[in-house]
Design a protein around this ligand. Structure first.
Ligand SMILES: CC(C)(COP(=O)(O)OP(=O)(O)OC[C@H]1O[C@@H](n2cnc3c(N)ncnc32)[C@H](O)[C@@H]1OP(=O)(O)O)[C@@H](O)C(=O)NCCC(=O)NCCS
Length: 179
């Protein structure tokens, strides 16, 4: 049935498994492109999704206008002290009890149509539902698309720190909105 609008839906681990090839590809492709330029396989992208869902992360999928194709995904989680990046994020206002927008990716064919903003809105709604004190994310400072998406929705840059991936060091800017 055609709905003529993009819909954002929460997805369980079973839902994710049923669309594994497409979400793995969208996620991996997004991070193989600038500014990330990461050598990320679809398998590694899937492992990252599974790892975050095993930690209790929420997964949201964006479904195209025809209601047939997944065109984007987003992960978010209520931060606890045991979350792997909790200690790195805390100095920048993303403390346990805040909701962390882990990642999002929109299929290249569907970018710049407001889907990223809708995926953010869905996670903000989830954060409010869970009683989170704040919502935030971290990304590369040169990731204009992501930074603009959050800044235009009231997020403030709270600081930048270096992360080390393999032997490569690169900056991550944290942006936070109080709820
Ligand atoms: C970040 C990303 C998810 C945004 O998805 P999108 O569906 O294209 O975003 P939207 O169309 O909702 O745009 C949101 C806002 O960002 C702006 N924007 C999007 N892409 C932009 C770009 N390349 N340059 C400047 N502004 C941009 C839009 O104009 C819009 O502005 P508005 O707030 O005034 O409406 C998408 O670019 C992506 O998948 N990037 C690769 C993966 C990634 O970096 N994810 C984030 C990891 S932290």
């Amino acid at each position: 049935m055609s709905t003529n609008t993009i819909s954002i839906v929460p997805a369980s681990a079973e839902d994710a498994a049923s669309v594994r090839p497409i979400i793995s590809e969208i996620y991996a492709r997004a991070f193989r492109l600038p500014p990330w330029n990461e050598e990320w396989t679809d398998g590694e992208a899937w492992a990252a999704i599974e790892e975050k869902m095993d930690l209790g992360a929420d997964l949201f999928l964006a479904i195209d206008e025809d209601g047939e194709r997944v065109v984007g995904l987003a992960l978010g989680i209520m931060l606890t002290e045991s979350y792997p990046d909790a200690a790195d994020l805390a100095p920048f206002g993303l403390v346990p009890g805040a909701y962390y927008c882990i990642d999002m990716a929109v299929c290249e064919t569907h970018q710049r149509r407001g889907i990223g903003a809708q995926l953010l809105q869905a996670r903000e709604a989830r954060a409010r539902e869970l009683g989170a004190s704040a919502v935030g994310m971290r990304t590369r400072p040169d990731n204009t698309a992501c930074v603009v998406c959050y800044k235009h929705r009231g997020y403030t840059h709270t600081g930048t720190y270096q992360v080390v991936t393999g032997h490569v060091e690169s900056p991550r800017a944290v942006h936070v909105k109080q709820l």
